[in-house]
Design a protein around this ligand. Sequence first.
Ligand SMILES: O=C(O)C(=O)CO
Length: 344
Amino acid sequence: MAKPTILHLGDDIRWNHDLYALLQTRFTIVRSHSMPRAEFKRALETHQFGDFAAMYRPFWNTGGEMGNWDEELIALLPPTCRIFTSAGAGFDWVDTRALASRNILYCNSAAACTESVADAALWLILHTFRNFGWSAASARSCDPARFWDANRNIAASTHNPNGHTLGIIGLGRIGVRVAQKARAACHMRVLYNDVRRMDPAVEVPLEATYYAELDAMLAEADCVLLATPFAGEKVMCALRFAAMKPGARFVNIARGKLVDEGALVGALRSGQIVAAGLDVHFDEPNINPELAGMDNVLLLSHTAGASLESHIGFEKLGIENILAFFETGKALTPVNLEFMGAKL
Ligand SMILES: O=C(O)C(=O)CO
């Protein structure tokens, strides 16, 4: 029997060579490398990659040159395609519902970057309590006046996170890991809001309090962490910032498009919230200049998931998903099963 074909998007794999060699024994691998959209569309239209059964994108930084996987692109996939496995936790760039309507599973790799994103979240949370951003920027300015300003004045407005509440919007894999770290490292108390209440197996070890209503949680949390996927709508708008406990803090490690940055600026300016830590931004790679000008806001360049361990894991999990799916009919980390209906 002919081996099924995998379309490998983007660069060569770099770390999991034995696993990739195993994949090559079971599948024929064709490559698109880094085709821009027009070229990639043409290749699909002309059947250049043949009747592939799977797509594999091992890296976050390459293999996405064709742009968003929307209806236009997905309609060009051959009917043989059953699974798309990709690096990265977020899947705002791919219409997983449209994939499901064509019987194609989408598997993300959040499991591979959970640790690094959770570490980054913890660092940003610490900043919002202690204003390390101000201290770091003052030291880096090499300006003695700024050094002394930070040195003398930071203490008056900062707090130990110990004993404060962390309100997590989206208690998925990453949210859980942040909760564990915040509890273990800082003895924070965990609150969470999600579309459904977690099983006791998740909730009890965290001693986490569930809020079915987001605004009710916002009113209680000393620091709010946004850790939910982008589903096309802003979660944090002016009304939501107004619903936060006065003097609370805000951290985003999810997606910039979840936040109305103008409203965030307003909440920081009015003192409704006292600090923010942002790994992600509304219009990357452009940073909101008003946020960039605030000492109490720590900004990162969307690198929460950027560790070598994450990247090795992205590569590996993508292959493991394909192997598991073709061996057992079940993938390891599908995210669009709910839209597949009876198709599987
Ligand atoms: O994994 C993701 O979704 C990222 O944001 C990049 O690591």
